[in-house]
Unconditional design. Structure first.
Length: 112
């Protein structure tokens, strides 16, 4: 049991190296704005934070390029910013009825 606790502490410390402390205020504000509450702070919130930071950087760089004329539109972070594409798809599918799900899948597969 002591070994597991020690291993978890070491892994958490190592994992924190992958989080950008400069974005802490942005992360807290975004979580508050979208009522995000994570039950497993050590594992799940950390994973969501990494996804969110990746999306944050992508949006920031895209908008910087847009300001230079590379793109004709800006991007913004929405309530799905802490999810990967498969999670977004799963959350959308979960909210659909059977017939709606079939039409969405057909559209995504190009056989509508």
């Amino acid at each position: 049991m002591v070994f597991r606790s020690l291993l978890l502490a070491v892994l958490c410390q190592a994992a924190m190296a992958f989080i950008t402390p400069d974005l802490d205020k942005h992360w807290q504000l975004w979580k508050h704005q979208h009522d995000k509450i994570y039950l497993h702070k050590v594992t799940f919130e950390f994973w969501c934070r990494q996804v969110w930071e990746k999306n944050f950087r992508f949006i920031y760089l895209h908008n910087l390029e847009a300001s230079l004329g590379v793109h004709s539109y800006d991007l913004v972070m929405n309530h799905l910013g802490d999810l990967v594409n498969t999670c977004v798809f799963a959350s959308l599918v979960h909210n659909l009825k059977g017939y709606q799900l079939l039409s969405v899948v057909q559209e995504l597969m190009g056989s509508a």
